[in-house]
Design a protein around this ligand. Structure first.
Ligand code: NDP
Ligand code: MG
Length: 386
């Protein structure tokens, strides 16, 4: 029996993780569930999965749940709920399914508590790549990818000698604005960006998919997960999201992992690794015909992708600043304070002002994250006032 804490149990990845647990009650048990504020869904999850603890980060929502809940699950409130869940002695694995830099501290705490990490929260690895991977090595902890592209690469790399691998090829759906004309992109709104063609995900990652910031974050995530340098990581647009990613060997052979776009598959593989269990979902059926297309990204129209490579190569605090400024810009887009074109402007402006340096602790990354958020907020205000 694998016992699992889910950070962000009420979100897209969190609910799908619970569906995998629901399909294999003999193999998995949810021992901790944490949400930001969605206490109605959390309460249903508590009733169904009976975790040892449940956490609500938002203090007001915590107060409401605490007052009305009567059962045996321990209810913990505030930011520390994430760390309590990620270090719970009864948990062997932690699925990090919160959004953004909120995942940094609980993920590090989970690693120090020697939990297996099922990593969905890519922003943590982007912001703190060197610190997180070193801590994982020092503690003998596995970081198993949940992101579909990284799960695909992870599966393709199994049994290969990495010295025989020429490059990683990450596929990108291209997001909601893939067909948009260059001249229309700048003024695209949140509604335009949220119409994702293939994946049904949380709002933040759906916006990131439209801007290709998500693919940029994934390039940096791949660098840290697989220890490949940026000159050996490629991105190709593949609108159908059937080929989840590939590796190219040095003799030119390409290995790919395919499947329908359903996150339960990579989530379950992280949970069962190195075993395979059956999974009830619509499986890929070649006899129905399959039309797969691949094309180069539109680098100039979606400049975040090139910026991610630059920032990744630069290293130090740059990826943390890239991530934090983008988070603020995405929330401003969702609030309709700025448009598509402003996101790149805000992030690149904040990066230009950043002081160089190499992080030696999570605290330093968090301080830089806070600085970048403040700078991004100022930039957003300047633009939304125009
Ligand atoms: P959602 O917005 O759907 O869900 C986020 C979850 O985290 C919710 O349970 C939310 O609670 C909770 N949460 C958000 N902020 C905080 C916080 N500050 N403290 C505690 N809990 C918080 O996001 P997704 O599931 O789409 O994404 C989660 C992560 O997985 C992201 O890092 C994303 O990049 C990554 N990912 C997602 C994929 C997908 O298909 N969705 C694919 C690959 C990676 P509440 O419901 O109360 O707001
Ligand atoms: Mg992905």
């Amino acid at each position: 029996m694998k016992t699992i804490s889910i950070l962000g149990s009420t979100g897209s990845i969190g609910t799908q993780t619970l569906d995998v647990i629901r399909q294999h009650p003999e193999q998995f048990q949810a021992v901790a569930l944490v949400t930001h504020s969605n206490i109605d869904l959390l309460e249903q999850q508590i009733a169904e999965f009976k975790p040892i603890m449940a956490g609500v980060v938002d203090e007001q929502a915590y107060g409401i749940l605490k007052a009305r809940y009567q059962g045996p699950t321990e209810i913990v409130g505030g930011k520390e709920a994430l760390t309590v869940a990620s270090t719970l002695p009864e948990a062997t694995m932690v699925v990090t399914a919160v959004v953004g830099a909120a995942g940094i501290e609980p993920t590090m705490a989970a690693i120090q508590a020697k939990k297996i990490i099922g990593l969905a929260n890519k922003e943590t690895l982007v912001a703190c790549g060197s610190l997180i991977t070193k801590a994982a090595q020092d503690n003998g902890v596995s970081i198993l990818p949940i992101d579909s592209e990284h799960s695909a690469i992870f599966q393709c790399l199994e049994g290969q000698d990495v010295n025989d691998v020429e490059k990683l090829i990450i596929t990108a759906s291209g997001g909601a604005l893939r067909h948009w004309k260059s001249e229309d992109l700048y003024s695209a709104t949140a509604k335009d960006c949220l119409a994702h063609p293939t994946w049904n995900m949380g709002h933040k990652i759906t916006i990131d998919s439209a801007t290709l910031f998500n693919k940029g974050l994934e390039v940096i995530e791949a660098h840290w997960l697989f220890d490949f340098d940026y000159d050996h990581i490629d991105v190709v647009v593949h609108p159908q999201s059937i080929v989840h990613s590939m590796i190219q060997m040095k003799d030119g052979a390409i290995l790919a992992q395919l499947g329908n776009p359903d996150m339960r598959e990579p989530i379950q593989y992280a949970m069962t690794y190195p075993k395979r269990y059956p999974l009830r979902m619509e499986h890929l059926d070649f006899t129905k015909g399959l039309d797969l297309q691949f094309m180069a990204p539109r680098w100039d129209d979606f400049p975040a992708l090139r910026l991610a490579f630059t920032v990744g190569k630069e290293g130090g605090f740059a990826p943390a600043v890239f991530n934090a400024a983008n988070e603020m810009a995405v929330y401003a887009l969702l609030d309709e304070r700025i448009t598509y074109g402003h996101i790149y402007e805000v992030v690149s402006t904040v990066l230009e002002r950043m002081k160089d340096g190499v992080p030696t602790s999570i605290e330093e990354v968090l301080a830089m994250d806070a600085w970048a958020r403040q700078e991004a907020t100022n930039e957003i205000q300047r633009r939304s006032a125009c």
